[in-house]
Design a protein around this ligand. Structure first.
Ligand code: ZN
Ligand code: ZN
Length: 372
């Protein structure tokens, strides 16, 4: 049974993003394998453990899934091989870039799948089972949703342009492959360098075969030897109820295919909430303004009010004031975490007729002479 993510980082369940980040940074320095020369393997495991915890807790959606379902809620987000350190580095180079360059300048490249510097600073290569492959780029799409769709949850079909494996060469980019003479088929060349932690050897991508370990005699013209071609794909995206503007879902492996059968990138679907002319959303609460007539405000009664789940009757007590707010419990947005939902707040206001009929004017006249 894997350990609790909060426990791993030594933080509370309600820790803020800043607290998570600070905790991760501390542990990252402590468990750097170069700082633990006598138990590198153990340090490496620890490193992976804290990185996975960080990855989950820094992501609103993954964290929500974890809080609700525990490890089962997030394990499926990490493809078949489980959590991958190389993917982690790529995903967090923006928020942890400075930490990476400070802490990871040691021999981590060797430990965690090839040249991490290559990964971080542009070449986008990743090493699995010996040779390098190029991971496909992620694709970001926006998914506009109405409040009603967000209320119920939605399944959207989206069309995207993406790179897929070239059928003509099976993604290899050519035929008649021969072992690369420069790296001897390793796809990498080794160098020895000096770092703050001492001497270490680093590996970099073979410049001749660009990490593939082999070179083609004849290139594939359909894909221009890249192994990938442009295609239009239709993807189904399931949006859970209660999402908010800016939330995103990562569909693993649904992005661009990688060159030469490299692992595919992800499809990142970003939720965009369409404005609504009836309802206003504030967190999980829904706000609406409803006019009532003067007699109803004075005498009380019932009115029909729209909600995201259909019309409901609302009791208006006698003597209701303009601007008074009534709360319809449970009629707001469902909580993304899956328990409960917000309320609908109904603000009533007394609708004053702009052009009263003669009859109304007479009655109002009479009314104005009565002491209330
Ligand atoms: Zn080579
Ligand atoms: Zn091809």
């Amino acid at each position: 049974m894997p350990r609790d993510y909060y426990e791993i980082l030594g933080i509370s369940k309600d820790a803020s993003l800043d607290e998570i980040k600070t905790a991760y940074r501390e542990f990252a320095r402590k468990h750097h394998p170069d700082m633990n020369p006598n138990n590198k393997a153990e340090a490496e495991e620890k490193f992976k453990e804290i990185s996975e915890a960080y990855d989950v807790l820094m992501d609103t959606q993954k964290r929500a899934a974890y809080d609700r379902y525990g490890h089962a809620g997030v394990s499926q987000q990490y493809g078949p091989g489980g959590f991958d350190m190389g993917d982690f580095m790529r995903a967090h180079q923006n928020d942890l870039g400075d930490l990476f360059s400070e802490v990871f300048s040691g021999g981590l490249g060797d430990l965690f799948g090839g040249s991490i510097f290559g990964d971080l600073f542009g070449t986008g290569t990743t090493q699995r089972r010996g040779r390098y492959t190029t991971r496909g780029r992620d694709i970001k799409v926006r998914i506009p949703l109405t409040l009603k769709e967000i209320y119920t949850g939605a399944e959207k079909k989206i069309r995207i342009k993406r790179k897929e494996t070239c059928k003509d060469c099976g993604g290899k980019g050519g035929k008649g492959f021969k072992t690369c003479p420069v790296c001897g088929g390793q796809g990498r060349v080794r160098q020895t360098q000096q770092s703050v932690f001492g001497q270490f050897s680093s590996v970099s991508v073979c410049p001749n075969c660009r990490g593939r370990g082999e070179v083609a005699e004849e290139i594939c013209t359909s894909c221009n030897s890249t192994g990938i071609v442009g295609k239009i794909a239709t993807i189904k995206v399931k949006i859970p109820a209660g999402v908010q503007n800016g939330n995103y879902l990562s569909l693993r492996g649904q992005g661009n295919g990688g060159e030469h059968n490299g692992p595919p990138g992800d499809l990142i679907a970003v939720v965009e909430e369409k404005p609504d002319h009836v309802f206003t959303r504030n967190g999980n609460n829904i706000y609406i303004r409803v006019p009532i007539v003067y007699p109803l405000a004075v005498l009380g009664g019932k009115i029909k009010v729209k909600t995201l789940s259909g019309d409901v009757m609302l009791k208006i007590p006698a003597g209701t004031q303009s601007g008074q707010v009534f709360r319809l419990r449970g009629k707001g947005m469902p909580n993304l975490q899956g328990y409960g939902s917000g309320a609908q707040l109904v603000e009533v206001y007394v609708d004053v007729p702009k052009r009263p009929s003669r009859e109304v004017r007479e009655l109002i006249n009479k009314l104005s002479k009565i002491k209330t």
